[in-house]
Design a binder for this molecule. Sequence first.
Ligand SMILES: NC(=O)c1ccc[n+]([C@@H]2O[C@H](COP(=O)([O-])OP(=O)(O)OC[C@H]3O[C@@H](n4cnc5c(N)ncnc54)[C@H](O)[C@@H]3O)[C@@H](O)[C@H]2O)c1
Length: 236
Amino acid sequence: MNGLKNKIEAHNATAAVIGLGYVGLPLAMEIVAAGFDVIGIDLDTNKIATLKQRTSYILDVPDKSIAAAVGAGKFTPTADFSALANADTVSICVPTPLSKSRDPDISFILSATEEIRKYLHPGQLIVLESTTYPGTTDELIVPELERSGLKIGSDFCVAFSPERIDPGNAKFNTRNTPKIVGGITVECTEIARLFYSQFIDKVIPVSSTKCAEMVKLLENTFRSVNIGMVNELALM
Ligand SMILES: NC(=O)c1ccc[n+]([C@@H]2O[C@H](COP(=O)([O-])OP(=O)(O)OC[C@H]3O[C@@H](n4cnc5c(N)ncnc54)[C@H](O)[C@@H]3O)[C@@H](O)[C@H]2O)c1
């Protein structure tokens, strides 16, 4: 994985972001701002067409950022997953809506992972950012990617890094919101830390993907409990 480390440090790596919504599009723009080439992949062909016309559909991302990035050839929006053959890093930012039984619907993560597996090559870093339950990364993503015949740790790396963005927040954006990263192996954590620290002010490595997944769950639970408590107090 030394080749990837060198490319990241030299800002020569090509980054891919899958899912260009509230999370993925601001992330893609932050990676472009650090000098990397970015491939943005989304199934929604209307979104891809809008981006190709150099227009944004996300409040936190101004049209001029998209225009500059697309115009300079630094950001390539596409609905074609074969572009992943040229990606050194892949950040998965697809939705995980709650199902009727209040479980996260992980079908979007699974279909994105299947596409990644088709184009997986040695020296790639894959990072899941979608909110999900502890265990998703090592129990679902790694086995699916290893079906390619490549080995986690030696051939490619996988990490979980929860997205903590608060869309519309005037003070905290993608860059200055501290980011947790936890990899499958120690080297996976280190490479993910190295990558994200090129464009995020504070990156905090943790011991495992499960730990990083639990951090996100705890943060969301903490916020929900506080909102619930204040609502009860307001009623009193
Ligand atoms: N929006 C927030 O405030 C926020 C904050 C923190 C974490 N998150 C989490 O981040 C993840 C993404 O959320 P979001 O708000 O950006 O969602 P979003 O709905 O705004 O965007 C997701 C995008 O992914 C695309 N997509 C779906 N399946 C795909 C696939 N298989 N391949 C390629 N593209 C695909 C959709 O077309 C959509 O454009 C979710 O897990 C969410 O819980 C969101």
